[in-house]
Design a protein around this ligand. Structure first.
Ligand code: HEM
Ligand code: HEM
Length: 174
């Protein structure tokens, strides 16, 4: 099992980062569901700490992922057909991964709320900043919608590669 990416297979580190981040992102994108399911047993503030913690974990893993990609010199060669669209799609997904947590932090700070990562309070509560809350909320919501659309297209593309084009794209990340 190789740690580094090879020309035709993502290495163990890239695969672990891809799948752990995909799970964390899907959990946070579905926050409304588990916030509602747990609202009787947990306070909203408690649930928000979990939401913030998972979101900040995504951001930390993303920094490692970008560094790792750079170390690997992007050895992976994308499939010939649609390579440009795939590259653009992946770039947009990276953009969403960067701005989703940042806009979330903007909402919390705008609301004057603390920002916590597990037990560690990164930002203590402060004054409300209305414009920051509004801009942050609009962005956070729009990015979440964009994320669902991009994940849908991304998964559809993976399935098309697997079942229609019959190449090894799924295997490279499995
Ligand atoms: C949920 C959030 C997801 C995000 C943000 C995401 C993001 C990405 C990105 C950026 C790449 C390019 C490789 C890289 O730079 O690391 C990639 C590759 C890949 N993803 Fe995802 N992904 C997600 C979920 C999924 C899911 C659910 C599937 C399952 C069908 C999947 C299947 C793949 C495959 C097969 C590749 C390899 C494509 C290739 O060889 O070029 N991804 N993903
Ligand atoms: C990558 C990760 C993230 C994703 C995918 C994500 C996704 C979401 C989604 C889908 C909602 C709406 C939930 C609902 O309708 O109840 C939401 C709300 C919220 N998120 Fe995030 N989030 C992420 C990271 C963060 C971070 C890091 C913070 C703060 C440090 C944060 C703070 C908030 C706040 C304060 C709300 C409530 C907004 C409101 O009052 O309308 N999020 N997030």
């Amino acid at each position: 099992m190789s740690m580094m990416d090879a020309e035709n297979r993502y290495g163990a580190v890239s695969r672990a980062l891809h799948w752990s981040m995909a799970i964390l992102l899907l959990v946070n994108l579905s926050s409304e569901v588990w916030f509602e399911a747990l609202e009787h047993s947990r306070s909203e503030a408690d649930l928000m700490v979990w939401h913030q913690t998972l979101g900040i974990a995504v951001f930390g893993l993303l920094l490692i992922r970008i560094a790792w990609r750079w170390l690997n010199h992007s050895k992976i060669s994308l499939p010939e057909n649609w390579a440009r669209v795939a590259r653009l799609g992946h770039f947009v997904l990276y953009g969403l991964m960067v701005f989703m947590p940042l806009s979330g932090v903007a909402v919390s700070l705008g609301e004057g709320d603390p920002v916590s990562f597990f037990g560690w309070m990164i930002f203590t509560p402060g004054p409300e900043t209305e414009w920051l809350e509004e801009v942050g909320e609009d962005l956070h919501e729009a990015l979440a919608t964009g994320f669902w659309i991009m994940i849908g297209l991304h998964v559809a593309a993976a399935l098309v590669h697997q079942y229609w084009l019959g190449d090894r794209v799924m295997k490279r990340m499995a």
